[in-house]
Design a protein around this ligand. Structure first.
Ligand code: GLN
Length: 491
């Protein structure tokens, strides 16, 4: 038995049959990280002692593998989640030295159900980016091709699972940051409906768009993580009071439902030919299961990029005002007045992209421009929501490729922010509309890089989203693994 690529389901079944113990599994994953993450740079902190200690305690209680839904599951957490007593950097120098005084609700719930947080992983600074190249802690490399990006902003979360360093991981998705890296690294990535998972203890980027979600190898694993962490939290006023279905119970059998999928051909213009081909093949698979493809119209989707970059930067400029060199982390050494302290701490502590966005957001919110930019963007956001509402009167899901291209080369888009921003054209509207979106691997391009198929559901429609994704997964069959994993798994 080799470790590194097991799903939650496989680990649980092995524990239940007493084939191995948590300390063996966690030990093997930690060895994988220490020997091989040098090439990927996904982990910023590894919790060796603590996670082995937790694993050993679980060794003594093997019978709990029957009852704890995440018994002994190694999980990696994006470094914009707080874990009590651990540093949280959000990929930024400005938080250097900051230690979290409490734990994020999502992480707390996973740990309470047996999950073992083995470490915190790299990301774009304050989750701003699509390639993980905006991290103050270096690039993350894609296990499918080490010269390429893993996607972003949750690049470390995606790369860690793809490289066999964790069974599952958590990320955040404000405009695509779970789905796009999942697509580029050949994983399942889920952005739940806005309000489905508590944001308490997650470092805010754009609060009206941010959502927490899992990276996994399978749809069932994604459902398992979501059912454990979703649900109302009185410490996050935007978390929903709706009850949380037992998603994995609902996935016991592969669905035979015939789904109607909505496609907007206009929206899909300009995607990479390999991606287009693989997307069409995905549609064919649904058809084989009796599904129907219909043409829908999303007339405002083409404004999603500008709308997102006005709203997200506006919210970010306000959320990031708290990093002033006084309350948290980094403080300049060279200030003589308090004004200098603020401006130099921020000037030295924030990276280029973050500063760019704070300036954009501050401008959009300033008195003379508020109506023209922020207010207008909110009106367009409503239009985008209405487009989806209308589409959902005709179809069960809206589908699109997750990303217009596969993993690009490191440095390929860093000089052209617009080109980088375009990586998210198919994911941004989903956040603006607050909908659940799931990316599932659907094929490989001519360079052997993974391609993702995106299913977009109705608000709080995660159950049926998983159902359809699992149907797709069964039709697709086993997805290949990256070459990096050869020789990576051990006992
Ligand atoms: N790539 C988008 C951005 O740069 C989305 C980021 C995210 O979802 N956190 O803002």
């Amino acid at each position: 038995m080799e470790f590194g690529i097991q799903t939650i389901k496989e680990l649980l079944s092995g524990y239940q049959k007493k084939q191995f113990k948590p300390s063996e599994v966690i030990g093997a994953y930690l060895t994988n990280i220490s020997e091989r993450d040098e090439k990927i740079n996904s982990f910023l902190q590894v919790r060796i002692e603590e996670s082995l200690g937790r694993a050993k305690r679980l060794d003594e209680k093997m019978c709990e593998a029957e009852t704890l839904p995440l018994f002994g599951i190694p999980i990696a957490i994006k470094d914009n989640f707080l874990v009590s007593g651990w540093q949280a950097t959000a990929g930024s120098k400005i938080l250097s030295g900051y230690v979290s005084p409490y734990t994020a609700t999502s992480v707390e719930r996973l740990e309470a159900m047996g999950a073992i947080v083995i470490g915190k992983v790299n990301c774009d600074e304050f989750a701003m980016g699509s390639s993980n190249e905006n991290s103050a802690f270096g690039n993350v490399r894609n296990p499918w091709d080490l010269e390429r990006v893993p996607g972003g902003s949750s690049g470390g979360s995606a790369a860690a699972v793809a490289a066999g360093f964790a069974s599952v991981s958590l990320g955040t998705d404000t405009g695509g940051s779970i789905r796009q890296p999942a697509s580029l690294c050949g994983l399942v990535g889920l952005k739940p409906s806005y309000g489905r998972v508590s944001r308490y203890g997650v470092i805010s980027y754009a609060s009206s768009l941010d959502q927490v979600g899992p990276f996994s190898r399978t749809v069932w694993d994604s459902a398992r993580v979501l059912e454990v962490m979703a649900g109302f939290d009185d410490r996050d006023a935007t978390s929903s009071k709706r009850s949380v279905p037992k998603y994995t119970e609902e996935l016991k059998n592969i669905s035979e439902k015939k789904f109607t999928l909505g496609v907007s051909r206009k929206w899909l213009e300009g995607v990479d030919p390999d991606v287009a081909k693989s997307f069409e093949a995905g549609l064919e698979m649904f058809k084989k299961a009796g599904g129907k493809i219909i043409e829908i119209d999303l007339p405002h989707a083409r404004y999603a990029l500008s709308t997102y970059y006005l709203l997200a930067t506006s919210e970010a400029s306000s959320n990031l005002a708290r990093y002033d060199g006084v309350h948290y982390g980094y403080r300049t050494q060279s200030a003589t007045t308090s004004e200098e302290l603020y401006s130099r701490s921020r000037g030295e502590g924030f990276g280029r992209e973050v500063k760019l966005r704070i300036m954009l957001g501050t401008y959009a919110l300033s008195a003379g421009y508020y109506d023209a930019f922020y207010l207008k963007a909110n009106q367009v956001r409503k239009k985008i929501q209405e487009d989806f509402e209308k589409a959902f009167t005709q179809c069960d899901f809206v589908v699109a490729p997750t990303s217009p291209s596969t993993a690009f080369k490191l440095g390929e888009k860093t000089d052209d922010p617009l080109k980088m921003y375009l990586s998210d054209i198919f994911t941004l509207p989903v956040n603006l509309a607050g909908l659940p979106g799931l990316s599932i691997p659907c094929g490989l391009d001519s360079k052997n890089l993974p391609i993702g198929f995106q299913l977009i559901g109705k608000p709080f429609g995660e159950s049926v989203l998983f159902e359809a994704a699992q149907q797709f997964e069964a039709l697709r069959g086993e997805f290949p693994l990256p070459g990096f994993l050869e020789g990576a798994c051990r006992r």
